[in-house]
Design a protein. Structure first.
Length: 124
């Protein structure tokens, strides 16, 4: 009898967890940043080298807390969401310059020829 009560109690407890998990998954599907259970986290990105230029690509879902760029050498830096270049455009990003003083976005083909040493081409 005791074993049956423990088993029944365990089954009810597990059913409650399954129900809560289902609700959490449903809410996560509707929340911005789907898959993070409504928590919007900063995305960590490692730059890549393309044609000798350090490059960072903004993901299509455009993280609302910004991107933390973690180069293999040199200091990390943050690109706030309000400073992403528009989709299809680029921006030259100098990690030593505050976000509000970065150069404006423009055509990628033009800007990729103007990236100075130590700066990054941010692709929108």
């Amino acid at each position: 009898m005791r074993q049956m009560m423990i088993t029944r109690r365990h089954a009810l407890r597990n059913a409650g967890l399954v129900g809560l998990t289902s609700i959490a998954l449903l809410l996560a599907a509707c929340a911005p940043g789907s898959g993070t259970f409504g928590l919007d986290i900063r995305l960590n990105v490692t730059p890549v080298v393309r044609a000798g230029i350090l490059s960072v690509t903004i993901p299509a879902d455009r993280p609302s807390r910004g991107i933390e760029v973690r180069p293999t050498t040199g200091p990390r830096f943050h690109i706030p969401p309000g400073h992403y270049p528009p989709p299809g455009q680029c921006r030259i990003w100098d990690p030593g310059v505050p976000p509000g003083l970065q150069s404006p976005p423009g055509p990628c083909r033009t800007l990729e020829r103007q990236v100075p040493r130590g700066a990054y081409l941010v692709v929108g």
